[in-house]
Design a protein around this ligand. Structure first.
Ligand SMILES: Cc1cc2nc3c(=O)[nH]c(=O)nc-3n(C[C@H](O)[C@H](O)[C@H](O)COP(=O)(O)O)c2cc1C
Length: 231
């Protein structure tokens, strides 16, 4: 037992830091809650800033209101202030089914790569690595410096999965939500959570175009024939 209630090995940790891509995090927590999972959530002040900038979502770190994340799902959000190193997830004795940092800023990535654990999020990530549990980091930056790349190599060697916020386009997204779900689906895949958030390669979508798409392609070819050379 600890301040987070009874330890449950099915709990998932989702942390948000100040990288761009707040909608991915919100969608992930909502999806997990809808699936009935308990999600241990923490976020940095920069993450709260990005939630405001990108989604007009006002999220206070203290007191925290889980409502925007929890929606109507049967699951629940257990919140921890990012400086609360007494939280259960700061200890390896608190079992979890894995941790995702989404978005993962290059600053937080660098701290994890360097073993620097001065807040709950970097400490929990360090715990997941030492306990050989799943740690998924979702960075977003472009272009990448050698420091970014080397930090990604270091955390990968230590056992983390670097899953950059790079949605694919082969499922022919029509809405921004399709791009978000593509990425959230890949995160769920890594967590071993069955999902149908996005079509998969090999599904029929990849080989068929509807009339609107054919028309759009024809228009594009008329205005930019160079794009179609060799096709
Ligand atoms: C609107 C906004 C977007 C940002 N986007 C990124 C980003 O995509 N990637 C990144 O590494 N940092 C980004 N930053 C910078 C980080 O928020 C900053 O480095 C911060 O210190 C990270 O702190 P944290 O890791 O404690 O959240 C962004 C900042 C703001 C305000």
């Amino acid at each position: 037992m600890n301040r987070s209630g009874s330890a449950n090995p099915a709990d998932l940790v989702v942390a948000m830091t100040g990288g761009s891509g707040a909608p991915y995090a919100v969608r992930l927590v909502r999806v997990l809650c809808r699936m009935g999972r308990t999600v241990q959530v923490s976020l940095t002040p920069s993450a709260a800033q990005v939630l405001r900038d990108e989604m007009d979502l006002e999220v206070a770190l203290e007191p925290f209101d889980p409502a925007p994340f929890q929606e109507h799902g049967p699951g629940r959000v257990i919140y921890h202030h990012y400086q609360d190193l007494h939280a259960g997830i700061a200890s390896g004795s608190f079992p979890t089914a894995g941790m995702v940092i989404v978005p993962c800023s290059m600053s937080t990535l660098g701290a994890i790569a360097g073993g620097i654990t001065t807040n709950l999020i970097t400490r929990a990530a360090d715990v997941h690595l030492k306990e050989r549990r799943k740690l998924i980091l979702v960075p977003r930056e472009t272009p990448l410096s050698l420091i970014h790349l080397q930090n990604m190599v270091r955390v990968t060697r230590a056992g983390a999965v670097v899953l950059p916020a790079m949605p694919g386009w082969y499922h022919r997204p029509r809405r921004i939500e399709d791009l978000i779900d593509f990425l959230v689906g890949r995160i769920c895949d890594q967590l071993g959570i069955a999902n149908a958030l996005a079509p998969r390669w090999g599904d029929e979508f990849a080989t068929t175009l509807d009339q609107t798409q054919w028309d759009a392609a024809a228009d594009l070819e008329a205005t930019h024939p160079e794009l179609f050379e060799g096709t």
